[in-house]
Design a protein around this ligand. Structure first.
Ligand code: PBG
Length: 331
């Protein structure tokens, strides 16, 4: 006996497994996960990505296998990124508009394999198709022009929707593109194709392994700071989200993820709309390398970071750990 006791013991509800389960505020399930997949030319091929340990590029037939795996795991959506053959990359990224490009063939193969059991999200931006690695059309000085790029992104979106994409996800950060894409989708018989806008996408140092995966790292000249956001800014993220919602976005994304959970929370509180976050390639690599170095336990790091997104207000998370996490959650 010390003669002292606290009026409130917050440890009381933490004292047993059943009580912790009862008081848990946030739930993470496989339905919260969006699985990004990289597509390669070829047949029957898996091509591991050096800077993303455990992640591969898949040929179209193998992508359909991954899609069936996603359904079996309870993952509702996959996100597609093509590694366009270098000889098809041009200054103006015209391969993005080819109805038979890698992206469109992958969309069709997945829709054929899984139908409405799985949503297909497609990235809209020109970087996997341009010889300079920028997301849009550049002038002589390398500046990415806005309005002429938007015209191409509209055509790219229609190309993806025609192939069967369910969610168009513009990641380019041009001004006014959501409104232009929405109008084109409505006008071309795609009223139910959703738009998930990469609304607050930052010019981040965490995208390196992704650029390896889609083959744009070596090609990229300069940086993307004239269109992607300054990591110092938060109020500006709210303006981006407000505009994209007004232009017709169904949901919005914050990217990268973990270093930007303050943005997720502010967006959720301000707009009360579905907010998603992208736990990007560099974040994935940090977890993998930390675990490999013995600095933490991999499965626990994966589940804790994904739970943190939900707690911050996300409806779901794009993560390269999606299949692994879904397996852990299903166990
Ligand atoms: C393309 C795009 C990028 C990512 C998603 N879409 C790279 C970039 O903007 O340079 C990054 C995803 C990741 O790092 O996992 N516009």
């Amino acid at each position: 006996m010390t003669g002292f006791y606290p009026a409130t013991r917050l440890r009381r509800t933490r004292s047993t497994t059943w009580s912790r389960a009862l008081h848990r505020e946030t739930l993470l399930t496989p339905a919260d996960l969006i699985w990004p997949l990289f597509v390669n030319e070829g047949n029957g091929l898996e091509d591991p990505i050096g800077s993303l340990p455990g992640v591969s590029r898949w040929s179209v037939d193998r992508i359909a296998e991954r899609a069936r795996e996603a359904v079996a795991l309870g993952i509702p959506v996959v996100a597609l990124f093509p590694n366009t053959p270098v000889e098809l990359r041009t200054d103006n990224g015209s391969e993005a508009l080819n109805p038979d490009n890698l992206m469109c063939r992958a969309i069709k193969a997945i829709k054929q394999a899984c139908g409405d059991d799985l949503g297909v999200l497609t990235d809209v931006a020109l970087d996997p198709y341009t010889s300079h690695g920028q997301d849009g059309l550049i002038d002589d000085r390398g500046y990415v022009g806005n309005d002429d790029t938007v015209a191409v992104l509209v055509a790219q979106s229609l190309n993806q929707a025609a192939a069967g994409a369910d969610i168009i996800a513009p990641s380019d950060m041009m001004d006014g593109r959501i409104g232009a894409i929405r109008e084109a989708l409505e006008g071309n018989g795609h009223a139910n194709v959703q738009i998930m806008s990469y609304a607050a996408k930052y010019a981040s140092a965490f995208y390196g392994p992704f650029r390896d995966a889609v083959g744009s790292r070596g090609l990229l000249k300069g940086d993307k700071k004239t269109y992607q956001m300054d990591p110092a800014n938060a109020e500006e993220a709210l303006r981006e989200v407000e505009l994209d919602l007004a232009e017709g976005a169904d949901s919005v994304m914050v990217k990268p993820g973990l270093p930007y959970l303050d943005i997720v929370r502010r967006v959720k509180d301000a707009f009360e709309v579905p907010v998603f976050a992208y736990q990007v390639s560099g974040e994935y690599a940090m977890i993998e390398h930390a675990a490999a170095a013995g600095a933490g336990e991999r499965d626990a790091l994966v589940l804790e970071t994904l739970l943190a997104f939900k707690r911050a207000g996300c409806s779901g998370v794009l993560t390269y750990h999606a299949a692994h996490a879904a397996r852990l959650l299903g166990a």
